[in-house]
Write a protein that binds this ligand. Structure first.
Ligand SMILES: Cc1ncc(COP(=O)(O)O)c(C=O)c1O
Length: 411
């Protein structure tokens, strides 16, 4: 055939790296995967879910309603945000995982060639959305308390000078125990970022949204909660907040949510109706009851304790087995440790380290996958995302010992 029936998007969309990382795990039966962002298996709320589904399907009042479709607009539920983060339930939307919302939002805001500002590094699955749509990214340097505001300013200023500010639609921040670095953005940084976006709006000719992805907010096991950007002045017009029940409840349930500025919400709702008529009503009923009965809230502390223990097991093993030149920060939540190897040692997909780790039957996410294709930035190639989410504590210890042995061989 000379041509293809596939659209440009169909042709551009690549296999997400996580899919081939998972395939590698299947192809190596003895492999310990510290790559997947899956959650802890034993702590999945099996009994709670069974009891809640029994309640829903046992009650003559709720069982038929739960199995019937609902209007996409009906999908509004109380969501876990802090008390000072005011939002009207009218601005809320439930989606099939927060991934669906990230996809729809980006699609609703961007056309081919438009620019999304992202943290450098960022959640790599989000980069797949950007790549397949032919959107562009500018990476903003990360400091321990969130993006470097002076770099954000320089980037916006450079885009303004090139006449490209009108292509900039939003800044995407994974603000709590970030995937992949584990860093949490301070409230001051959120305030600074929002003020900066506002300052450049006039030259852009439209709003530049702040998209706050709070996927890991409830997996914090140390330190205090930081208020979200929803608590900032002007947030109702500019801040998009996305959250998920996947990480704190069950990844298999696939329910996420968002709080959106009203005009944007209208558009996303229309797109969502075209996508799927609305998120599974049964699963929404399940989560609604889990929240109302406080089963959800009671489940969280145990989950946080487990992740705290697993994170400590991982970093203890890293101290024991990794060469001293490899650096990382203790995570305060989430599922990941971000480790940096000394410069000459590369960690990328084609590196000796990655191949050798595979031979030692251990898998990590090469850090380079988490950097956007930004022509103005160089992609570091000496970092690894290592997850303590789904592996058992015994596997974490063995996996880190194997990775440590690999690192010692190559350094
Ligand atoms: C930062 C971040 N945002 C969003 C998601 C999507 O989560 P879900 O679609 O399960 O809600 C993930 C999943 O790993 C993530 O790491």
């Amino acid at each position: 055939m000379k041509t293809t029936a596939l659209s440009k998007l169909g042709q551009r969309t690549q296999t997400p790296p996580i899919s081939w990382l998972m395939k590698l795990a299947l192809d190596h039966p003895h492999l310990i995967s510290l790559a997947a962002g899956f959650t802890d298996n034993p702590s999945l709320p099996v009994e709670e879910t069974r009891a809640l589904l029994n309640e829903i399907l046992g009650s003559p009042r709720s069982r038929r309603a739960a199995l019937q479709a609902r209007n996409v607009r009906d999908a509004r539920r109380p969501v876990p945000v802090a008390a000072n983060e005011i939002y009207s339930p009218e601005r809320m939307l439930i989606t099939s995982g927060s991934q669906q919302l990230l996809y729809m939002l980006t699609e609703c805001l961007c056309d081919s060639g438009d620019i999304v500002l992202v943290e450098d590094p960022t959640y790599f699955v989000y980069l797949g959305i950007v790549q397949s749509h032919d959107f562009r990214c500018r990476g903003i340097r990360l400091a321990p308390d969130g993006i470097d505001l002076s770099h954000l300013e320089q980037t916006l200023e450079a885009l303004r000078r090139r006449g490209e500010l009108k292509r900039v639609k939003m800044l995407y921040l994974v603000s709590y125990s970030q995937n992949p670095t584990g860093l949490t953005t301070s409230f001051a940084k959120k305030a600074g970022a929002l003020a900066m976006l506002k300052r450049f709006e006039r030259a852009a000719g439209h709003r530049i949204y702040l998209l706050e992805d709070a996927a890991y907010r409830e997996l914090r096991f140390a330190g205090d909660d930081v208020a979200s950007a929803l608590a900032l002045e002007g947030a109702d017009e500019r801040v998009i907040y996305t959250g998920t029940y996947s990480k704190p409840f069950a990844t298999g349930v696939r329910v996420g949510f968002g709080i959106l500025p009203e005009p944007l919400l209208k558009v996303v709702l229309r797109v969502k109706a075209n996508h799927d008529f609305g998120t599974s009503n049964l699963l929404q009923q399940l989560l609604c009851r889990a929240l109302a009965s406080c089963r959800y809230e009671r489940h969280l502390p145990e989950l946080q304790r487990r992740y705290a223990r697993k994170a400590a097991t991982m970093t203890r093993a890293m101290r024991e087995h990794f060469p001293a030149e490899v650096r990382w920060r203790e995570p305060n939540g989430g599922l990941y440790v971000w480790a940096r190897c000394p410069k000459p040692l590369q960690s990328g997909v084609n590196s000796r380290l990655f191949r050798s780790a595979l031979k030692h039957d251990v898998l990590y996410v090469p850090g380079e996958l988490c950097y956007a294709n930004d022509p103005t930035r160089r992609k570091p190639n000496n970092e690894m995302r290592i997850s303590f989410g789904s592996a058992t504590e015994a596997d974490i210890r063995t996996g880190i010992a194997r990775l440590g042995a690999t690192l010692h061989e190559l350094l």
